[in-house]
Ligand binder design. Sequence first.
Ligand code: NAD
Length: 458
Amino acid sequence: MRVVNPATGEVLREVAEADRAAVAAAFRRARAAQPAWAATPLAARCAVIRRFRALAVERAEPLARTLTLEVGKPITQARGELAGLLPRIDFFLAEVEGALADEVVLTSPADRLEERIRREPLGVVASISAWNYPWYVGANVFLPALLTGNAVLYKPSELATLTGLAIGELLHEAGVPADVFHQALVGGGNVGAMLLEEPIDAVCFTGSYATGIKVAAAVAPRLVKAQLELGGKDPAYVCDDVDAVAAAAAVADGAFYNTGQSCCAVERVYVHERVWPRFVDAFVGTARGYVVGDPLDARTYIGPLARREAALAVLEAQVADAVGHGARALVGGRRLDRPGFFFAPTVLVDVDHTMRVMREETFGPLIGLARVGSDDEAVALMNDTDYGLTAAVYTPDRARAERLLARVNTGTAYWNCCDRVSPRLPWTGRGASGLGVTLAREGIAAFVRPKAWHLRGG
Ligand code: NAD
């Protein structure tokens, strides 16, 4: 398998894909190794993860560079991803003991009865990951899964293979036994599908809705627990009482950060007609000002598209469809004439919900701005989607924002912010955005199963 730099098209490295025998052997070793890992004292498992944290700090710069080279993430944003890993590690380390503690829910001396809940690991967890934030998406699974005593079979995205291999090396160097976290199972969807055929205890998948439903269907007959973190079409609503210029800069960052390739990127913007002209001017000005180019240059804000030609084709099709139905591009609208896979930051207006750009996940530097006349219209449009990951409202009026966000059917609500993830808050999608939770205490509980003990003295 070739690892390609999306900024240049050059081959960075060739790596061997796992075959069926390798996947089956990895599963057998993980199954055999997991009980001893679960029996390892929690303090020892935490110490291993602390060493992993120290290694991630020590190697941050070369790891960020690898991420930039294979995914095209601008280097300052790659450094930001490595730095953002640390609070997640700290959160899980602080919370895992409480999440695993036995809970006595009844002590009745008269009946000589005790009722107790004990949390046990799931066993062998398959982690099938995406490329857009490979450290975050990977860590949301392998950190709580390993800390709670599971073995993990990790299949990184084929577009973030080198980062996947680096994650495995760091974990092993930190002291995770080789069979407890298998050195990344390298390969594409075929390797992911093979992994699902093994008798795994759970699968944590991050990726598109189209792949997510295949994953769910593959394991459904065996009733394997499936956690699915899928795509989004996340809206932002800009109310009539905002500072339009400040809101435009914030929403543009939410739309274009990571070159628009975030699951929680702002993908649709509804702007109250009273602030429309000022907001649109400021938004377009911000988009024009972004530096597009070499992702290794620290001045670059917009890099190439990791999915290369496939991503460019989606963006071109969405622009053509929108323009064909009456939309106008105020800036951008096309791929850039240079080596690599770049698309100009693009802002469309005169868009509506008959257009693909307002309904289908875009996952690139392209956004539609629509004018609305009221809060009710904005809420109706925000909810007019199959997805339900995040939604943002911009207004100085907190009560108004909370009222509006309570009516929006998403797992995350943002007031005067967007495209933000916190280790302390559950990350969860509704509808086509997925099933299950990562992060927060719920994201640790996801990797254990309760056993109910009814204990009666003799
Ligand atoms: P993708 O669906 O193309 O691939 C995801 C993973 O699934 C890859 O590792 C791929 O090799 C594997 N895969 C493909 N076919 C498979 C099959 N039949 N069986 C098993 N595995 C298979 O997604 P992507 O392009 O890597 O990621 C982008 C998508 O991920 C976007 O939709 C984005 O919104 C979503 N995402 C969601 C979150 C979230 O937290 N909700 C986070 C990051 C990304």
